[in-house]
Design a protein. Structure first.
Length: 85
């Protein structure tokens, strides 16, 4: 937010200057994040959670599970979709 990038950081002295503001921001955003995710996890809408680290470790398995969720089937093994995967 302060650098306009995902790969840069603010200066060390800025962490000290912005300590109070940053702490308040994190508290508010953590509550927003929690409410957002609780809504989806506790809703009646079907939800399939995909973790980034799982994609990195086993992309084929994660995509297979995602396709099974989207297609609303117990398995795609042996299907045309699985062959394309």
């Amino acid at each position: 937010m302060a650098t306009g990038s995902h790969s840069h950081s603010i200066l060390d002295e800025d962490y000290i200057k912005l300590d109070k503001i940053w702490g308040e921001f994190i508290l508010i955003e953590s509550k927003n994040w929690l409410a957002f995710h609780e809504y989806w996890v506790n809703s009646d809408i079907p939800v399939h959670i995909i973790r980034y680290e799982d994609i990195l470790r086993n992309p084929e398995q994660v995509l297979k599970e995602c396709l099974e969720f989207i297609l609303e089937v117990d398995g795609i093994t042996g299907t045309k979709v699985h062959r394309y995967l």
